[in-house]
Design a protein around this ligand. Structure first.
Ligand code: BES
Ligand code: MN
Ligand code: ZN
Length: 541
């Protein structure tokens, strides 16, 4: 069985994961495959079809209605199915179909139907299938068509949404071993009493193009599951050594090289900014570099992920409320892990270097203090005015390190600023870039996947906010335009290559009842990489 997670032997730290802690994302257990044939002949546990709230039926629903002599329309007229896209109704032993259950899924109002409703319908379906007793399911929903989108798009996105919708984080419980995360083996032994294991996605005709689309969707969901697992794991388990071990395990599974620079290596390289952040933690800093090489002589795409495994704020300590959510401060790193897993799983013909500076930001007798001046790897000095603006410090050195790969572009992903949550909420990630073409490519990838980003300007005027009396710059830009000044800070280290920065502080995780990592922006990054790979295949990269 392929595993994602490290074995204890590779780890040096006391709190490093044991082999029992291996996570097997649940989406790996769920197979989605495209199948042709008529929905009404499906004989499995459950068949999902789409209907609109005005009573209009999808092609599949129409066929069932006809075979069942209008019974389906009659049931719908009673009004039990709610209008909202994604709501659903289960009919048992419905006429016109051989499936044991017919799941009617609302696609919302026909005149308002678009990508959002398509996603809602698939998400609703996924939720029902993930919690139901049915093991074999068929989904005939690619026939509720989003105008302007290809059938392959529908298949890729339906697959991804179904597989991601089945994601389930196994928290450590009294029955599965405290305080570690549950083992996949334990879950398997217990037997999975609920949730679909295999989903047939019904299409008019199975073609290699549609099979590939499903494969892409499945791979993206797998990458998201890895990102979500890493994000959801607590800071006492998912620490810098854990991330390093995860990288090594991924490299072993997929056959790519992984380098882990230790504190001494970082010191020799002059990474004074990154080291200042991790200094007071009992956990050692790890500077992780993954090398995926399937792109021949082409210049690599470099991904950089902020890997602050817990952000207490350091001496500029954060307020206590919701501080637990700062375990999500490595979600940029998690997304980069997820993206390289997608690339490797699909065997994309690209060169990708993924860099994760992994540190824990803690207060302590040895911690960096406000007012400290550090020298970054680039030679530029930084006055640390606030130790809670730590992400940009570790990214600064990672961006300088990226220069050595002569990249075709560098994309960093980071839960960087609370200001981004205020500006864009949990709907769009912030995007800043020094290159319009790259920025537009990323915006398009966001649109394609529904994992959207929104660009903010990097006007020169904003640079003034980073002035320091005691160093080349300060790490604090003040409250106005906090996301932009953070981006401007990073831009000073992203010299000599095309660069874009995704601020995912609002999109990486949800709070409240739905607290948990979202796996964003793995879909956006994957789409970008898949598009780059197909461009390379056509010889235009
Ligand atoms: N990790 C935080 C940003 C963050 C805040 C992410 C809320 C997710 C939700 C980052 O390290 C941070 O603390 N940023 C400070 C910067 C400030 C001190 C300039 C912030 O946004 O308050
Ligand atoms: Mn911080
Ligand atoms: Zn942070």
């Amino acid at each position: 069985m392929p595993t994602d997670k490290p074995t204890a032997r590779e780890l040096t730290s006391e709190t490093a994961p044991r082999s029992q802690d291996r996570i097997r994302p649940r989406s790996e257990a769920l197979r989605v495959s495209v199948q042709s044939g008529s929905a009404q002949n499906y004989r499995g546990d459950v068949l999902a079809v789409g209907v609109f709230s005005d009573g209009t039926l999808s092609t599949a629903a129409k066929a069932i209605d006809k075979a069942g002599k209008g019974k389906l329309s009659a049931v719908l007229q009673r009004g039990d199915l709610q209008d909202k896209a994604g709501s659903s109704l289960v009919l048992h032993d419905a006429p016109g179909t051989s499936a044991a259950r017919l799941l009617l899924v609302s696609a919302g109002r026909r005149d308002q139907f678009g990508e959002r409703a398509f996603r809602a319908a698939l998400e609703g379906t996924a939720k029902t299938l993930a919690t139901g007793v049915a093991h074999d399911a068929a989904v005939a929903l690619t026939d509720v068509e989003v105008p302007g989108r290809s059938l392959a798009w529908h298949v890729q996105h339906a697959t991804r949404l179904l597989a991601d919708g089945a994601y389930h984080f196994d928290p450590p419980t009294s029955t599965n071993g405290h305080p570690r995360a549950a083992s996949a083996e334990a879950t398997a032994r217990k037997g999975q009493e609920y949730g679909a294991r295999a989903i047939d996605l019904i299409v008019p005709k199975v073609t290699p193009e549609l099979e590939n689309a499903a494969r892409r969707g499945e791979a993206i969901a797998e990458g998201m599951a890895l990102a979500r697992d890493l994000g959801n794991l607590p800071g006492n388990i998912c620490n810098p050594p854990y991330l390093a071990a995860t990288a090594r395990a991924l490299g072993r599974e997929f056959g790519f090289d992984v380098e882990v620079l230790e504190r001494d290596d970082m010191e020799s390289l002059g990474m004074g900014a990154a080291l200042a952040v991790g200094r007071a933690s009992a956990q050692p800093c790890k500077f992780i570099v993954m090398h995926y090489k399937r792109g021949g002589m082409s210049k690599p795409i470099v991904l950089v992920g902020k890997g602050v495994t817990f952000d207490s704020g350091g001496i500029s300590l954060k307020p206590g409320a919701n501080m637990d959510e700062m375990k999500f401060d490595m979600c940029g790193a998690a997304a980069v892990f997820g993206a390289i897993k997608v690339v490797a799983r699909l065997g994309l013909p690209l060169n990708v270097v993924a860099i994760v500076p992994a540190v824990e930001n803690m207060p302590g007798g040895d911690a960096a203090r406000p007012g400290d001046v550090v020298r970054s790897m680039s030679g530029q000095t930084i006055e640390i005015l606030n130790t809670d603006a730590e992400g940009r410090l570790i990214l600064a050195d990672a961006l300088t390190y990226a220069e050595r790969f002569e990249p075709s572009c560098v994309i960093d992903v980071a839960t960087l600023t609370g200001a981004c949550v205020i500006a864009l909420g949990n709907v769009a990630s912030g995007l800043l870039a020094n290159d319009d073409e790259l920025a537009n490519e990323l915006l398009r990838s966001g649109e394609e996947t529904g994992d959207r980003a929104w660009r903010l300007p990097m006007f020169d005027e904003y640079q003034d906010q980073l002035k320091s009396n005691f160093a080349d710059m300060s790490n604090l830009g003040g409250r106005p335009a906090g996301t932009i000044t953070a981006g401007c800070f990073l831009g000073r280290f992203a010299r000599g290559y095309k660069w874009a920065h995704l601020d995912i502080a609002g999109t990486n995780a949800l709070s409240g009842d739905a607290k948990g990592a979202t796996g964003r922006p793995v879909p956006l990054l994957s789409e970008f990489l898949i598009n780059r790979a197909s461009r390379a295949g056509r010889g235009t990269a």
